[in-house]
Design a protein around this ligand. Structure first.
Ligand code: S3P
Length: 438
């Protein structure tokens, strides 16, 4: 079915206070750990985006009772184990969903077949299948370890696995499999990645040891531990909050506050970078919620300068490079983003998609095999006016729509439907702030 595009029109300043949708990473994990646990898990603030709803459905097919009890409130009744699903498990667009569920399922004596949409079927799964294979899981996949794939789990033995790529999804898959393996599993990550799985495993009653030392972080988990249901409060997603905050930074006269944003330092690399660019970003009411730091973040329109983003910062802002590229188009001088080869295997090749999308809006960029340099406007605003191809990637669509309100000419994106995978209600939220996106 043909999909109608979405257009962001030039307009006045953006103003107001909003709440970001629930954190996607924590939402997936709450459902998966709830299904693995014994007893009841109550989740408040779940992201009701399509990716997470797929994970909820998948957990039902693995034997958990999962129900919506109110707005963004969900209940999971876990059985302390996963059972064989009766049908193919379709994770839609979600790399996090499928990779974490494959890891969790590998620990049980079951066979399951996984698939996803066009984008997910093109993404690399060997990165999780390789360590799970070492642990004793068997699998059969399309060439290059692509979906659809079938997994036969159970009888796992612990491994010590050094992550070849900085990936929280791979780390999490191995830790979840390790939970049901014989012996102690150790994941070594040379560069720290988001640590929600480690934190949440503890909240569900597991013992997880984390040591930072030479060669990186070592995360150890003993197999055979039981998880117990708990209460999970999901904070606002900094990766989603980034869009209205960035819109305020680049649209003259704006001041926008996003409340309850997760401030885990392994997720806030974008905020650090924006401050280096000269952004007026203020955090107030910092507090602890459900084992995570959260706060209200205010962004005011700022005069920005281009920067070089240290490659080592990439894992803490991996999903934020597309929106940073848009902000960089409004900065004076070039912004160089390097060491971001992982962006080529996201929902789309995000380096190529941003270079093409920004070019369509009159912004000069230079694409590198593992990097992107945005020329910066020398103080002038980018023209806009482009029809941007998103390749069904929500963050490519969201980023270009944010470029719209501050540019002289409207910006349109194709396939905006995918925005609902991570940011349902985006256009309504932006309208509340005064942006004309429709
Ligand atoms: C995620 C990890 C990151 C990120 C994704 C969510 C997670 O992926 O891009 O949106 O929840 O663990 P990688 O592990 O592939 O870096």
């Amino acid at each position: 079915m043909a999909e109608t595009g979405l257009t962001a029109r030039p307009g006045g300043p953006l103003r107001g206070r909003v709440r970001a949708p629930g954190d996607k990473s924590i939402s997936h994990r709450a459902l998966i750990l709830g299904a693995l646990a014994e007893g009841r898990t109550e989740i408040e603030g779940l992201l009701e985006g399509e990716d997470v709803l797929r994970t909820a459905e998948a957990m039902r097919s693995f034997g958990a009772r999962v129900e919506r009890t109110g707005e963004r409130r969900w209940r999971v009744e876990g059985q302390g184990r996963l059972v064989e699903p009766a049908d193919v498990v379709d994770c839609g667009n979600s790399g996090t969903g499928v990779r974490l569920i494959i890891g969790a399922a590998a620990g049980f004596a079951l066979t399951a077949t996984f698939t996803g949409d066009d984008s997910l079927r093109g993404r690399p799964m060997l990165r999780v299948l390789r360590p799970l294979g070492e642990m004793g899981a068997a699998w059969l996949a399309r060439e290059g370890g692509r979906l659809p794939l079938s997994l036969k789990g159970g009888g796992l033995k612990a491994v010590s696995y050094r992550l070849p790529e900085p990936s929280a999804q791979v780390k999490s898959a191995v830790l979840l499999a390790g939970l049901s393996a014989a012996g102690e599993t150790c994941v070594i990550e040379p560069e720290p990645t988001r640590d929600h799985t480690e934190r949440m495993l503890r909240a569900f009653g597991a013992e997880v040891a984390v040591e930072a030392g030479e060669g990186g972080r070592r995360i150890r988990i003993a197999g055979g531990q039981r998880l117990s249901g708990t209460v999970v409060r999901v904070p606002g997603d900094p990766s989603s909050a980034a869009f209205p905050l960035a819109a305020a930074l680049i649209t003259p006269g704006s001041e926008v506050t996003v409340e309850g944003v997760l401030l885990n330092p392994l997720r806030t690399g974008l905020f650090v970078t924006l401050r280096e660019m000269g952004a007026d970003l203020a955090v107030v009411s910092e507090r602890e919620e459900g084992g995570e730091r959260v706060g209200d973040v205010t962004a005011r329109h700022s005069r920005l300068k281009g920067v070089t983003v240290p490659a080592a910062r990439a894992p803490s802002m991996i999903d934020e490079y597309p929106i940073l590229a848009v902000v960089a188009a409004y900065a004076e001088g070039p912004t160089a983003m390097r060491g971001i080869g992982e962006l080529r295997v996201k929902e789309s090749d995000r380096i190529a998609m941003m270079a093409a999308g920004l070019a369509a809006c009159g912004v000069e960029t230079a694409e590198e095999p593992e990097g992107l340099v945005v020329a910066g406007g020398g103080g002038a605003r980018p023209m806009g006016g482009g029809l941007v191809r998103t390749h069904g990637d929500h963050r490519i669509a969201l980023s270009h729509l944010v470029l719209g309100p501050g540019a002289p000419a409207p910006v349109s994106v194709d396939e905006p439907g995918m925005i609902a995978t991570s940011f349902p209600g985006f256009t309504a939220l932006m309208a509340q702030l005064g942006a004309a996106i429709g």
